[in-house]
Design a protein around this ligand. Structure first.
Ligand SMILES: Nc1ncnc2c1ncn2[C@@H]1O[C@H](COP(=O)(O)OP(=O)(O)O)[C@@H](O)[C@H]1O
Ligand SMILES: C[C@@](O)(CCOP(=O)(O)O)CC(=O)O
Ligand SMILES: [Mg+2]
Length: 389
């Protein structure tokens, strides 16, 4: 089978409001970031499939003949395949570390897409500008890249449409297919994902996500934020399970908390919309700050806070800035809202204070015009075909 080489990329995301609550059917507001994950797929002819995942120190190869034995002729690929792959990799349920989850996700999508025909010999390399396991949707960006590249290589989606700047894109229905396979990847990595992260990775921009329904927010103001990575490692899968346990233990307490988060997200959306229709005032920013504070407390009630995230909130508040965790929490990243009038000296000194705590910190902006979705590059332009990654 002739497989096309390709280079694809997908953005990370920040959740403004609604993390965790979105898993339980509440609204989330999420936005793509200008940090991305890249995947290069290269056809080979040595009868192996190999993955290079330098961010997580994983470099593996398998013989196609070994993998073929895991496929049962004619069978629809599903969680039985997942079980066979787990057994093949020697994994028990509790043994899903960073490398195993990434490997299992790759093998699952690869075997599912190519299993009914000939397994192609490939080398797949993935690298990312996103911190892994820090709340910025690295798992979704990884899954979107795998889905896009492998669907394209298998011929399940056509060659993408070329754009003027040497990048290219897919039609809406192809993006939907990419998103659905990326969601399966997230299921392997997260256990019970809402789908918001893979949706942002696929479509980009800012969106409102509710029970699988996506409403793109096409008119949103450009907002400056700080992103701070506490570098405290955590796993989304573990945190999502922790919140579920707490909901099961205290339903009358936790269900109103989820409803309140839902109201925070909807109120924030309303304010953002107002900000595009009328002159932006200090009052708009005051409300956004209050919503951030309220949601941070609610996330602590859900049990996904961490002393390092409390530190981010304290350090920034000392400079008059408001922060909350973003993503699954339990460590990872926080976002801090910057007001338009915030002096650059204040921003610099806040960033220095955060760095002095041992955190990584960078300024970025979200919203505004422009999309930042999954895209591919015309191979010859972006990479010489003979380049080794
Ligand atoms: N660049 C990458 N290369 C390989 N695997 C990755 C990469 N980025 C993310 N992953 C996978 O995603 C997992 C992290 O997912 P998760 O706990 O949801 O955190 P995040 O908030 O970054 O999405 C990692 O353990 C790994 O399996
Ligand atoms: C906690 C959650 O709302 C977001 C998780 O994001 P991340 O994996 O921490 O980037 C889970 C989900 O929506 O699937
Ligand atoms: Mg994730």
């Amino acid at each position: 089978m002739k497989v096309r080489d390709c280079l694809v990329s997908a953005p990370g995301k920040a959740i403004l409001h609604g993390e965790h609550a979105v898993v339980h059917g509440k609204v989330a507001l999420a936005v793509s970031l200008n940090r991305r994950t890249y995947l290069h797929l290269k056809a080979t002819s040595d009868g192996t499939v190999c993955i290079n995942l330098p961010n997580i120190d994983t470099f593996l190869c398998w013989n196609l003949s070994e993998l073929k034995q895991l496929l049962e002729a004619g069978q629809r690929l599903d969680f039985d395949l997942l079980k066979r792959l787990r057994d093949f990799m020697g994994l028990t349920n509790g043994n899903l570390d960073t490398s195993n989850m990434a490997t299992l996700t790759f093998l699952y999508i690869y075997m599912s897409l190519f299993g009914s025909g000939e397994l192609p010999s490939l080398k797949v390399s993935v690298w990312s500008e996103l911190p892994t396991g820090a709340g910025l949707g690295s798992s979704a960006a990884y899954s979107v890249c795998l889905a896009a590249a492998l669907l394209c290589a298998s011929g399940a989606i056509p060659a993408p449409l070329k754009e003027w700047d040497h990048t290219c894109r897919w039609h809406q229905e192809d993006l939907e297919l990419i998103n659905s396979w990326a969601f399966q990847g997230e299921m392997i990595i997260h256990g019970n994902p809402s789908g918001v992260d893979n949706t942002v990775g696929t479509w980009g921009g800012m969106l409102r996500f509710l029970a699988g329904k996506i409403i793109p927010l096409s008119r949103v103001p450009l907002i400056r934020i700080l992103l701070t990575n506490t570098k405290v490692p955590r796993s989304t899968k573990v945190l999502v399970a922790r919140v579920k346990d707490r909901i099961n233990k205290f339903p009358p307490i936790m269900i109103p908390v989820l409803d309140t988060v839902d109201a925070v997200s909807s109120t924030c959306e309303k304010v953002l919309t107002e900000m595009t229709r009328e002159p932006i005032t200090g009052e708009h920013y005051n409300t956004l700050e209050e919503l951030i504070d309220i949601n941070q407390h609610l996330l602590n009630v859900m049990g996904v806070g961490h002393p390092a995230l409390d530190m981010v909130c304290r350090v920034t508040l000392a400079k008059g800035l408001h922060s909350k965790l973003t993503g699954a929490g339990g460590g990872g990243c926080g976002i801090t809202l910057l007001r338009p009038e915030t002096d650059s000296a204040i921003i610099q000194s806040t960033m220095q204070d955060l760095k002095d705590c041992g955190f990584d910190c960078w300024e970025t902006s979200i919203g505004g015009p422009g999309f930042n979705k999954v895209s591919c590059f015309n191979g010859d332009f972006a990479l010489n075909r003979n380049d080794e990654i």
